[in-house]
Design a protein around this ligand. Structure first.
Ligand code: PEP
Ligand code: MG
Length: 549
């Protein structure tokens, strides 16, 4: 099959990590809309059979998940999956999708349009319970499409490790993936600072983003993914496979020798040749990533993206659940700093159960601290959980997306209210907890002299700071090349650094630029105190700092 393949087989995009992988390509649907098999010229009876088989398999899988959830999580957590299985079996839904296929649509298109029809009917009723069911429908339709997309020439490949293909991955999709099965990622869209790239770096696996739409015909076939060269070869010839393997062996050997050398540096603090000490911290999304961070010599957690705890679920986590997780992380870190960022949802980080309205310009809209200052209870729960965890380690609190002094002051008022509540309840917390903000908007850098007086530290989120400074959507691969010119962003970082140092505070960089070794010297020259990167990058950054002037 591979040798007689006629269509385009070689695709290029932006490589993330410099690794390689080979395996079968498996397509995963995205949250909004779907990577679709187009309906024209399909056999309607075959499509109906594909659809009904996929529904059947999805029901079986959902029932299985419900059973496991009942055993491990309890009755009420399992209920959600039982409801999903019931909705999947709904005659009207199945009838509607079959009707769409009769009109010439593919199974995937039929599922998507039936889902859209049902979700808009449910949302229009304006009832909270029914709106939540609309999110369920979206989820189960993604499940059916995943099942449809998982078909390979061998049949269902779910048990085999695979190279994941998606239009782009949303953060809530990424946390739900069975990561032990993923050899690499290929996304049609996406940029080096999109969430797929952040996840690929955190997992230390190869990825290529922004490859453009791949033909359906290569899904399910074997492919070679070379992230170093940003290249995907589907249906490779014997010669291509041999060359790939030879390069793979050579590059792995060099990489492991380099890693051995880097590991020998772990116990030495990172100090530049001119004596500037830089703290090497880790970015993590959950407890599971903390072990990897410690193993690679993290001196602290510079960014705990707390929204990942919200992505993993179908309902809001309680204060106790957040607290227990933060406490375990603080304890694991044994007195090393743990900076917990309050919820940063909205824009590219959507969570269905937040029911956020669709916006014209989501990146400039309702996100991060803006939501928390509105939904005070939601914010309070997080603040109380972080404060309570601060009794068990060296915890700091960080607010995202600050653009004005007023926002910071209001956020601090709510923090002080949470402290007072805990005082009344005689609950222990660190009264001297460090308070900091992300520098992610040009405005925050420009007024950093004023903001600095209100906090102990800044942490620069270069992913968003770049997006807002250069007016480059961080999800849009067409314009991502503009970000290569870092001068404007660097000037803003310098401004914020000087201002926070002026009042005796410290500054770190936790966006993806912190892991870019070609920028390490520039960060050292600016005088940043900390660099926070995902675990697989810790050793490299530490080595680069020690080599810097
Ligand atoms: C950033 O914007 O650089 C950042 C670290 O936050 P996130 O990537 O989670 O938006
Ligand atoms: Mg950000």
């Amino acid at each position: 099959m591979e040798k007689s393949y006629k269509g385009q087989r070689i695709f290029t995009g932006i490589g993330i990590t410099s690794k390689k992988a080979s395996g079968r390509l498996r397509l995963i649907s995205t949250n909004e809309g779907v990577v679709q098999n187009k309906g024209t010229s399909l056999n309607k009876d075959d499509e109906k059979k594909r659809f009904l088989d996929a529904v059947k398999r999805t029901i079986e899988r959902t029932n299985e998940i419900a059973k496991r959830a009942k055993e491990s999580l309890g009755e009420s957590e399992a209920q959600i999956f039982e409801i999903h299985a019931m909705l999947l079996d709904d005659e009207d839904f199945i009838g509607s999708a079959l009707g769409e296929i009769s009109k010439g649509k593919s199974a995937e298109e039929a599922v998507t349009s039936s889902a859209q029809k049902y979700t808009s009917i449910l949302r229009a009723i304006g009832d909270e319970y029914l709106s939540a069911r609309a999110s369920d429908i979206k989820d189960i339709c993604s499940g059916i499409i995943d099942t449809l997309s998982a078909k390979t020439e061998k049949g269902d490949s779910e048990e085999e490790p695979y190279i994941l293909v998606a239009r782009d991955l949303t953060p809530s999709q990424t946390v739900k993936l069975d990561k032990s099965k993923i050899l690499g990622f290929v996304t049609y869209e996406g940029t080096p600072s999109s969430h797929t790239s952040i996840l690929a770096r955190a997992m230390g696996i190869p990825a290529i983003v922004g490859v453009g739409e791949l033909p359906n015909s290569i899904i399910g076939t074997e492919a070679l993914l070379d992230a170093k060269r940003g290249r995907l070869i589907a249906c490779p010839s014997d010669e291509e496979r041999e060359r790939f393997l030879a390069e793979y062996r050579y590059e792995s050997k060099i990489a492991s020798e380099h890693e051995r050398y880097m590991r020998s540096l772990i116990s030495t603090p990172a100090v530049t040749r001119s004596g500037h000490r830089v703290l090497i911290y880790a970015n993590v999304g959950n407890e599971g990533e903390v072990d990897g961070a410690l193993l690679n010599g993290a001196e602290g957690i510079g960014l705990l993206r707390s929204e990942f705890m919200y992505f993993e679920r179908d309902t809001y986590p309680s204060e106790t659940e957040l607290f227990s997780s933060y406490k375990r992380i603080a304890e694991k870190m044994q007195g090393k700093r743990v900076i917990i960022r309050t919820l940063d949802v909205g824009a590219d980080k959507q969570i269905p159960y937040f029911n956020l309205e669709k916006e014209q310009n989501p990146a400039l809209g309702y996100r991060g601290i803006r939501i928390c200052l509105d939904r005070r209870e939601l914010f309070k729960i997080q603040l109380r959980a972080i404060l309570r965890a601060s009794h068990y380690g060296k915890v700091g609190i960080m607010m995202p997306m600050i653009a004005t002094l007023g926002e910071l002051k209001r956020a601090k008022e709510l923090l002080f209210e949470a402290m007072k509540e805990l005082d009344k309840e005689s609950v222990m917390y660190d009264e001297k907890i460090e308070i900091g903000i992300m520098i992610e908007t040009p405005a925050s850098a420009i007024i950093s002299d004023k903001l600095a007086k209100e906090v102990s530290f800044f942490s620069v989120g270069t992913n968003d700071l770049t997006q807002y400074t250069l007016a480059v959507d961080r999800q849009n691969s067409r314009v991502s090349g503009i970000c290569a010119d870092t001068e404007a962003v660097m000037r803003l970082i310098k401004m914020a650094t000087d201002n926070i140092h002026e009042v005796g505070g410290w500054i770190g960089v936790c966006g993806e630029m912190a892991a870019d070794l070609s920028l390490t010297q520039a960060f050292v020259d600016i005088g940043v105190d900390e660099l926070s990167v995902s675990a697989p990058y810790l050793l490299g950054v530490r080595g680069k700092v020690t080599d810097s002037k």
